[in-house]
Structure formats: C-alpha cells, structure tokens
Design a protein around this ligand. Sequence first.
Ligand SMILES: C[S@@+](CC[C@H](N)C(=O)[O-])C[C@H]1O[C@@H](n2cnc3c(N)ncnc32)[C@H](O)[C@@H]1O
Length: 240
Amino acid sequence: MTSLDQRHVEPEILDHLEPDDPRAVASRRDLRLLNGLMGQVAIAAGLLRDHVPAPPRRLLEIGSGDGVFMLRVARRLHRRWPQVHVILLDRQDLVSHETRAAFEGLGWTVETVVADVFDWTAAASAPSQDVVAANLVLHHFSDDAIRLLFVRLAALTPILVATEPLRRPFALLASRSLRLVGTNAVTRHDAPVSVRAGFRAAELSALWPEAAAHGLIERRRGLFTHTFCAAMPTDGAARP
Ligand SMILES: C[S@@+](CC[C@H](N)C(=O)[O-])C[C@H]1O[C@@H](n2cnc3c(N)ncnc32)[C@H](O)[C@@H]1O
C-alpha cells in the first residue's frame, strides 16, 4: 500500500482518452456524480461567495472539463453575481451547446478556451481576471509544475480558489469503494490516483509565490475536499 505521507502523481486514464470515447463520456458522467457526493459545488460556491469581495466581471476556471461543475456553481451565485463573463479553459473541447445555453439563461456569458493551462498562462501575463477557480485539477500536476502555475496565476488574478482531493485514509478508502455507486473502470482507476496526488495541511500554500503570499487560507472541508484560497492585495478595482 502506498503511504499517504507524500503526494504521488500518476497519469489518470481519463486524461488520455479521446473526448468522445464511450469510457470517457461515462467517466465524465461519474465525475458529475462525484462532484455532488464530495460536495464540491457547495464548497466552491461558498468559498467564492466568502472570498471575492465584489461581483466579478471575469471568472476563469482552469481545467473546467465539460463546464457542468461551474454551471452548478453559477446556479448558486448568479443572483448575487448577475453578469459574469466565465472563461472555461481545458485541454479538451468538452462544453456542450446545452451547457452554454444554461449559462446564458443565468445571465452569464461563456467563452471556451481549448488550451494547455501552462501554455495559456505563459502567454497571458497581464492581470486579466477577477477570480480564478480550479476544481479537481491541480492534483494532476507535480509540485514544481504547480509552483510555476501559481507564479503565473498570481500575475493574472487577485484571487484563486481551489477545491481539490483531500489526501487522507478515509478519502482513499471511499475512492476504492466506487463500485458501490456504479462508476466505470476508468473512474475506479482515476479516483484513488487522484486521492494519492491530492493535498493536506498547508502544501499548496508552500507552493504559492512568497512575494504574493498574502491572505492564504488552506484547509480541509468535509471528508473528501482540500481547499486553498489565495487573495492578493488589490486596489479593489475589477479587471478590465
Ligand atoms: C478531473 S477533471 C475536472 C473537470 C472539472 N473541473 C470538473 O470538476 O468537472 C480535470 C480536467 O483538467 C483538465 N486538464 C488536465 N491537465 C490540463 C492542462 N495541463 N491544461 C488544461 N486542462 C487540463 C482535463 O482535461 C480535465 O478536463
């Protein structure tokens, strides 16, 4: 058995399947179920509500998948945040017309970016976002890669909110029991891999650039989720 003392980052099967592979389609459906069971939507919406001081004009989600996670967050926030321009960035082109229409029905405009987050953030160094969200994506990357990504994100946004897998024995046990809720073989492989690559304690704070290290809040929420919020000092102005 692998110790959970250290992170172990291994490839996840879903990342290497074509978007329309039936195993990938089923695994993304499982991911929507798991986001619900883990409470990711409620946790992320609560963090955004608590840490973003004024309604944002531009919200970037990195590793946004099919966009359904952020749509569910938007359903919780749209009355308080009426006119957000949401940018869904993922390596794969996964956002359906129905999901776009649902965002627009809430008064949010949607832009999709199909790109590697490291390439895209390297090219976008000027501050351009009011907030960046990451759900179940940072754990795909090594500590060195996260350190580099954090330097770039700190230049791009005053606030980062991340909701990631908690690296704890109970979470690992639960991730190995997903047969009970009917997930497919891809999800049953990727879930424990994600927990072993997840976070605990102040591991993400330690990777945040020191010069931007103001207002870091990192803690466990519930049984399965590790959260990180970085709020940089700002003049309070929204980004152009
Ligand atoms: C576990 S899924 C989470 C998707 C979404 N946040 C959600 O909660 O439904 C991780 C996503 O990160 C994306 N991803 C992984 N590495 C990436 C990279 N280097 N650049 C952009 N997206 C990436 C994958 O394509 C995948 O859609």
